[in-house]
Design a binder for this molecule. Sequence first.
Ligand SMILES: NC(=O)c1ccc[n+]([C@@H]2O[C@H](COP(=O)([O-])OP(=O)(O)OC[C@H]3O[C@@H](n4cnc5c(N)ncnc54)[C@H](OP(=O)(O)O)[C@@H]3O)[C@@H](O)[C@H]2O)c1
Length: 238
Amino acid sequence: MTDSVQLNDRILLVTGAGSGLGETVSKACAAAGATVVLLGRKVPKLEKVYDDIIAAGGAEPAIYPLDLGGASPEDFFDLAKVLEENFGRLDGLVHNAADLGELTPLELHTPGDWMKTWQINVHSPLFLTQACLPLLRNSDNGSIIFTEHQCDDAYWGAYGESKAAVHHLIDSFTRELDGVPRVNGLHPGPLQSPMRTQTHPGDNIKDYPEMSTIMPAYLSLLSADSDVNGQHIDAQSA
Ligand SMILES: NC(=O)c1ccc[n+]([C@@H]2O[C@H](COP(=O)([O-])OP(=O)(O)OC[C@H]3O[C@@H](n4cnc5c(N)ncnc54)[C@H](OP(=O)(O)O)[C@@H]3O)[C@@H](O)[C@H]2O)c1
């Protein structure tokens, strides 16, 4: 994969765009020429990313505030309607937002926390994808990226189980959509990302690669020139 990918004229939607990996992906895509719709739950964070993109000379983004923890399927169809009215299509959808929830034995998992994590990590990406599929089919080469995390060990709670469901969603969508749009999963791996500091608080975060190092993997999959479909990709070795 190359780090000189151009995304000129591509319309992309990134969830969890206000911080962490989603912020880094949004800025990298805008720097490559894409118009990025920044979706997140905290407007000040989204505005900061917007300002940073403009200051860096990137393509002007758009802001769409939405709390995925409380979003209904109707909210996603409202979002798709706004995208339709403003752009007429969607070239890429990056499912990045995630809730870490409780890292705890399943025996002790609280129902409310379990359901919140599944709502943000599984239900929202599913129904957002449903709502956006007609727009992605209007693209010359639509691309959906799900952000993966393989957590096979004990105590990952709802987060680990929900990420296993995401892995399965990728395979099911791939079989059902037949490449229009393309669907892939990206594993960020250990990085200097906010979630790493929560899951491995004893580690020295500086020992890990910076988030920017895996941007070529995102840009490549979002490019109009890509034909990669149905893959689960390790972003650090892509
Ligand atoms: N494969 C791996 O090894 C690996 C490693 C690290 C991360 N990941 C994945 O990479 C992605 C990003 O993680 P990260 O490290 O950048 O951590 P992070 O900053 O905690 O990322 C979570 C993002 O989701 C957003 N979010 C959480 N709840 C939300 C809600 N209810 N509505 C809307 N947005 C919400 C957060 O927004 P706020 O700013 O508002 O909190 C934040 O932008 C996640 O999908 C994570 O599972 C994978």
